[in-house]
Design a protein around this ligand. Structure first.
Ligand code: ZN
Length: 440
């Protein structure tokens, strides 16, 4: 049995901040949490605020290669053309290097588990690799090398338009020939213990409504994710085709519920919000991507009031900073309403930790509690951004950045120590070389 003790200056326990917390860990699990405790002999000191591990519930790892390129101009649709150009280039080795570096960046930001919404399945001609799951296995291996857990959300992507247009250009890499072919491939996806398999329907645009019940059957209670109403154009096309909103289409297909996560949920009607909340569908907000792409501000407060658990994702990785995603949920509501105080800080921490892990199928992660997976993220309170605080969690949620994360533990294993990744030597260098190789 591998046992270790930690002593946190402050820790987030049971929805609040407590001081001088002894945290005992054995075999990857938390075995004791003792506030107001003197440091035990041999304990590792965690200076700052220690939070449960962050879950990044929505990622497309390859989009990291778009950062700092064409961000200053264009529309969602011109960005998508650039993304397709990137998607058309990646081979498995390039993707491996890029995902490993991107997941290492996530670890440095305190992410202990990622939900990879994976649709880059096949070679550019749309055929199949010798191992039809080669790209998925590449992503799972990259997460292991970066020291984080992954839920591989294997994504069904069949059509280019809501009217059933065939896949063209780089989209051919995304598509399986049928729901059955996709389900067969997913069934053959075997993953090690740091990984889990979930499924996704890319969107109501890419999966025809009559096929959605089959997707629900394949999911069989595993996490089921779907992009929902990110752009008004998606709603308009869906209404024209089906006479219903995307949310209504999903509801009628039986695709909403506690195992489902709707990603974005930006442009919703009141009926949509009632359907999502009443079914206890999780909504994964991706505020830094939604702002970067000019998507709009999702109705986060109304969704939470209706009954939706909220999770967070960095999606296109315009930045990877879960503190920034969390604070944006509150701050975007302030901009819209011209009022402050929509979410308690506990709700924002919950979205970044427990709710996100649950949306990815890891219901035993995301809290500092006995029996939970030993995922710990320590954020310094003496940096230029956080110094002078009165309320440690407010300092972290409203002012800290990923650069203030010093120590990260995943399943009891130290992955980041003193701000340095313990498995990937030079993360900026790994990112730069992986991205250079893709675009050369
Ligand atoms: Zn996405």
């Amino acid at each position: 049995m591998l046992a270790q003790s930690y002593h946190a200056e402050y820790a987030w326990v049971d929805g609040g901040v407590v001081r001088d917390v002894r945290i005992d860990v054995a075999d990857g699990r938390i075995t004791a949490v003792t506030p107001d405790s003197p440091p035990p002999p041999g304990a590792t000191r965690l200076a700052g605020l220690t939070l449960p591990g962050f879950a990044n519930a929505h990622s497309h790892a390859f989009h990291r290669a778009l950062r700092g390129r064409a961000q200053g101009r264009g529309t969602f649709w011109s960005w998508r053309e650039r993304m397709y150009a990137l998607a058309g280039r990646l081979d498995p080795d390039q993707y491996h290097a890029l995902a490993r570096a991107t997941y290492a960046e996530m670890a440095l930001a305190g992410v202990t588990c990622v939900g990879e919404f994976h649709y880059l399945h096949h070679p550019p001609d749309g055929a199949s690799y010798d191992d039809p799951n080669e790209m998925a296995h590449t992503l799972v291996a990259a997460a292991a090398e970066a020291g984080i857990r992954i839920t591989l959300l294997d994504t069904l992507y069949l059509t280019s338009t809501v009217d059933g247009g065939e896949l063209v250009g780089p989209q051919r890499r995304f598509g399986d020939t049928s729901v059955d072919a996709w389900a067969d491939r997913v069934a053959r996806l075997a993953v090690p213990s740091h990984a889990r398999v979930g499924v996704a329907a890319h969107s109501v645009r890419a999966v025809p409504a009559p096929l959605l019940p089959e997707v629900v059957a394949v999911a069989a209670g595993r996490p089921l994710h779907v992009h929902l109403s990110e752009q008004p154009a998606e709603n308009e096309a869906c209404l024209a085709r089906y006479g219903r909103t995307p949310t209504q289409v999903l509801a009628e297909a039986g695709a909403l519920g506690p195992a489902t996560t709707a990603v974005h949920a930006t442009h919703l009607s009141d009926v949509d919000i009632t359907l999502l909340g009443g079914s206890r569908t999780t909504v994964c907000l991706c505020p830094t991507t939604e702002r970067d792409l000019g998507d709009g501000i999702g109705p986060a407060r109304a969704l939470a009031d209706a009954g939706c658990p909220l999770a967070l994702g960095s999606d296109s990785h315009a930045v990877i900073d879960m503190c920034e995603e969390a604070r944006a949920v509150e701050l975007d509501e302030r901009l819209r309403s011209q009022q402050r105080g929509h979410f308690a800080v506990a709700d924002l921490v919950d979205a970044a930790t427990r709710r996100g892990h649950a949306a990815l199928g890891w219901t035993d992660a995301g809290s500092i509690a006995v029996g939970a997976r030993a995922d710990l993220v320590t954020v310094r309170l003496d940096t230029v951004r956080t110094a002078g605080y009165d309320d440690p969690v407010a300092a972290v949620l409203f002012a800290a950045t990923a650069a203030d994360v010093t120590d990260v533990m995943v399943d009891g294993r130290p992955i980041v120590h003193n701000g340095r990744h313990q498995l990937v030597e030079d993360v900026p260098g790994a990112l730069a070389s992986a991205i250079k190789a893709v675009w050369k």
